[in-house]
Design a protein around this ligand. Sequence first.
Ligand code: G3P
Length: 221
Amino acid sequence: MKIFLDTANLESIKKFNDMGLLDGITTNPSLLSKEGGNPKDAMAEITKIIKGDVSLEVVSTEYSGMMEEGKRLREYGDNVIVKVPMTPDGLKACKSLSSEGIPVNVTLIFSPNQALLAAKSGAKYVSPFIGRLDDIGQDGMHLIKEIKEIFSNYNFGTKILVASIRHPIHVIDAAKIGADVVTLPPVVLDKMLQHPLTKIGLENFLTDWEKLKAVNPDIKI
Ligand code: G3P
């Protein structure tokens, strides 16, 4: 399973990229807005740092605007995936951009039928938002199971990019289902790194090493 970071925060992107953890990045207008500053600088920097797929989202809601924006976004790099919303115009833009060799991520997917239609339109990725479904009392992970089954039945090449992830258990469940990608807020990836026994174990190793040093003052590893 690939791991993308769901952020426009350059510090977090550099931090996790330096650990070799990032296969890509997803952004959206809300994430860019959260960082402030000039979003064009952020998009240019992100596409430079990350070699894998970087999703950059259109803000037009009609076909011709999406096409123009999609092509402009693609100028940031060959690794740019144009993100379009799951609307009729979004699917039309998905078909046209995909036919021109520009890969598309169809976002704001909340049902198996929406995922099926986005795949038919040629999307490289579909982004089902599981946390937002959980938030309204629906089972977000069940949607991932259904999309996985449908895509497997027909050998669609479209990848399932699980979005709106809230906690590490979402990641484990998505991996068990066999989702292609999870896109994680930095706080979730931080939590995945940690375990209290790792912290305690390391403290014990260091305390024991200090005991050895007390009787071997010049010792070095
Ligand atoms: O890419 C954005 C998606 O992951 C939404 O996340 O937390 O705003 O529901 P959230």
